[in-house]
Design a binder for this molecule. Structure first.
Ligand code: MN
Length: 231
């Protein structure tokens, strides 16, 4: 058997403190998973969270200690930042019980769910899929993964984002509407989770516009920082 052309490289994320890399299978994202963010988007925050996906190769991987030159995407005039804690799945499964969910987590990372808000809003109005607003090339910046053993209490961790040195987002993962365990349990009823899946768990309030030249730095306590410069 031969391929018609070379298969694409496997996108992968560095793991802190080791040479091993985490190969990405899929990127799942949770929508409106912090009440104050749901409110700023015009909702009550009492609706259950929901899911969407980004392509695995939409990951924009920033190595430890580096700043990623992040290309401003086409089509949009209103690009938004969203800082998120990312769960890295190490063991797959379907219909995972919330009580067992922790066994499926390899580690955590700092991520950004970059969003073409104008296109997403157009799609929302028309009842159409969000792909063009959420799933574009490079739309999922991510920093190195920290294994759970080194991550501290990621379920009660501060997370924040600075735009050009000014704080724009700050909250705590304890504010998640759907916590890690419930997110994994629910996701695994809809898809069979696989090792290599990433779950962007949602963003807190304070999302806002980004323009070329901006520097974005995001962090989660215990997981380090993620820095990109928009070019
Ligand atoms: Mn998001």
């Amino acid at each position: 058997m031969t391929y018609l052309f070379a298969p694409p490289p496997v996108p992968s994320v560095p793991v802190r403190g080791t040479d091993a890399r985490f190969p990405i299978h899929r990127i799942y994202c949770v929508g409106r998973n912090y009440q104050e963010h749901a409110k700023e988007m015009g909702f009550t925050g009492n609706e259950p969270p929901f899911f969407f996906l980004k392509p695995a190769d939409a990951a924009f991987v920033v190595e430890e200690g580096s700043t990623g030159p992040w290309p401003y995407p086409s089509l949009t005039k209103h690009l938004h930042h969203e800082v998120e804690l990312v769960i890295a799945i190490g063991k797959g499964g379907k219909n995972i019980a919330a009580a067992d969910a922790a066994q499926h987590i390899f580690g955590y990372a700092v991520g950004m769910d970059m969003t073409r808000r104008d296109l997403q809003n157009d799609m929302k109005k028309q009842g159409r899929p969000w792909c063009v607003g959420k799933g574009f090339d490079h739309s999922a910046p991510i920093g190195p993964i920290t294994a759970v053993e080194q991550a501290g209490d990621a379920a009660h961790a501060g997370l924040w984002l600075h735009l050009n040195g000014q704080e724009r987002q700050r909250s705590n993962t304890s504010q998640l509407i759907c916590n890690f365990a419930d997110t994994i349990a629910y996701l695994s009823t809809a898809w069979e989770l696989q090792p290599g899946d990433l779950i962007y768990t949602g963003t807190p309030e304070g999302v806002g516009p980004v323009v070329p030249g901006d520097q974005l730095q995001a962090g989660v306590d215990g997981l380090g920082t993620l820095t990109i410069t928009v070019v």
